[in-house]
Design a protein around this ligand. Structure first.
Ligand code: LMR
Length: 439
């Protein structure tokens, strides 16, 4: 029987909290905000309840001093007392670092992860939450809500604003935080601004995360942000970097199911090719409905080409129009789906979409970019690209457009990926292609 590691509750004193990453000699443990006990079937037995002593003082300090601690309370728990009640086959906790942890997407995602829905009901989780200086109090609020939810599998919650702290020993890094494009900004400006964030996070992952860490980039423009992150983290396997296109896949499955009048589960083998932008290609050519070709079941090429395709490409924009902000709950669901697809074996004959490094890909896509393709996993967190899909002229032409876009984006950020030169051709509004949310 494997016994879950006891959650320690070391409290990091305020002094070094905001030490500059570049000058710090070695990574150090981060302050634990909460160490949440496993309580399967038993009342919560704690040695000492949540300690608020000093909490209000700390918060007052936090409001006025830049080096105030973020970890301001702790809960001590003797996990060995739970031995009799916990499941015999629990694993060691998986350490999941999440950036943008105080944002709306995370607010949905973290509770799914903590519930066991994502990594499995026998898999304890340690959450490491990365926020920004502006979101430090909100981050504490998130941690408090996680504590208050009494998730049995949630072993530990930590918060911080320095990726060098938060990414220590991470098994997974879910990089959600990024700045949205503001008025008057070109896509190239966004690439530059968010790119800088992903340089720092890539370097931090390189230095302090487990070399086997899996990275899923959600912050837009996610494909190129993932590229920047990957190029700045040479200690990590390039195959372990993903950009999220599962949301687009889910959107495509839903629309195909609605058109065909079937349940979503019936729709399989849906690929999103390319960039998570308006050039993405939702592949109805290889999609299946109830094991039959979707094109034959739907039997309406005009709808597939002129309604379905742009509807998926621009779905994020429509949602922003309706909501007044970008998708959050459905994005969180799709991140959970994307992780589940890597930690559980892919059903026979099916595949899922994720944007991965094109090195050695079987479709002749330019190497060295992050491009969404059909993948399968044996459930150990790795994947392989599915070969042999039919690429007809319609698909080829559009896949090429998305490839060109990503190649141009890669050139725009070449100074952030250690490559030489590269003229940035995404400057003008005409040449500019958009994120789903920018339409
Ligand atoms: C989405 O697809 O919903 C988002 O990526 C849109 C956005 O720009 O936030």
């Amino acid at each position: 029987m494997r016994v879950p590691t006891r959650s320690t509750t070391a409290f990091v004193p305020p002094t070094s909290r905001l030490t500059d990453v570049r000058t710090r000699p070695s990574p150090r443990p981060i302050g634990r905000v909460g160490a949440v006990p496993a309580v399967r079937g038993t009342p919560l037995r704690v040695k000492s309840a949540v300690k608020y002593s000093g909490r209000s003082d700390s918060l007052r300090v936090a409001a006025t001093a830049t080096d105030a601690p973020l970890g301001v309370f702790k809960l001590e728990y003797d996990i060995s007392k739970d031995d009799a009640t916990k499941s015999a086959d629990w694993n060691e906790p998986v350490i999941v670092a999440v950036s943008g942890a105080a944002g709306q997407i995370s607010n949905h995602l973290l509770f799914k992860i903590a519930s066991g829905e994502v990594y499995g009901q026998d898999q304890p989780v340690a959450l490491r939450l990365l926020g920004s200086d502006n979101s430090r109090e909100a981050l504490e609020g998130v941690a408090m809500e996680l504590e208050d939810s009494l998730f049995p599998l949630l072993r530990e919650v930590s918060i911080g604003i320095d990726p060098m702290d938060v990414f220590v020993d991470a098994d997974w890094a879910l990089l959600i935080g990024a700045k949205p494009r503001g008025p008057g900004m070109e896509r190239a400006d966004l690439l530059e601004m968010n790119g800088a964030i992903f340089v720092g996070q890539g370097k931090a992952l390189n230095e302090v995360a487990k070399p086997t860490c899996k990275v899923c980039v959600v912050g837009n423009p996610c494909n190129t942000n993932a590229l920047i992150c990957m190029e700045n983290a040479p200690n990590l396997d390039r195959k372990n970097f993903h950009a999220l296109t599962r949301l687009d896949e889910n959107r495509a499955k839903c629309q195909l199911a609605l058109k065909a009048g079937v349940f979503y589960e019936t729709v399989t083998n849906v690929t999103i090719w390319g960039n998570h932008s308006t050039t993405q290609v939702p592949d109805f050519v290889n999609a299946q409905i109830g094991g039959e070709k979707a094109m034959e079941v739907i039997d309406d090429s005009e709808w597939l080409e002129t309604d379905f395709t742009p509807a998926i490409q621009t779905r994020g924009g429509l949602l922003i129009k309706k909501w007044g902000r970008s998708s959050a709950a459905s994005t969180a669901v799709s991140i959970a789906d994307a992780i589940k697809s890597l930690v559980t074996p892919t059903p026979e004959g099916d595949w899922f979409s994720t944007a991965v490094c094109t090195d050695g890909n079987p479709y002749g896509i330019e190497e060295g970019i992050i491009f969404s393709m059909p993948c399968r996993s044996n459930g150990d967190g790795s994947y392989e690209i599915v070969e042999g899909l039919e690429i007809n002229d319609w698909l080829r032409e559009r896949i090429k457009k998305s490839e060109d876009e990503l190649t141009k984006e890669a050139e725009c950020v070449s100074h952030l990926t250690g490559k030489l030169g590269g003229a940035c051709e995404l400057m003008g509004a005409e040449a500019d292609t958009m994120l789903p949310g920018e339409v």
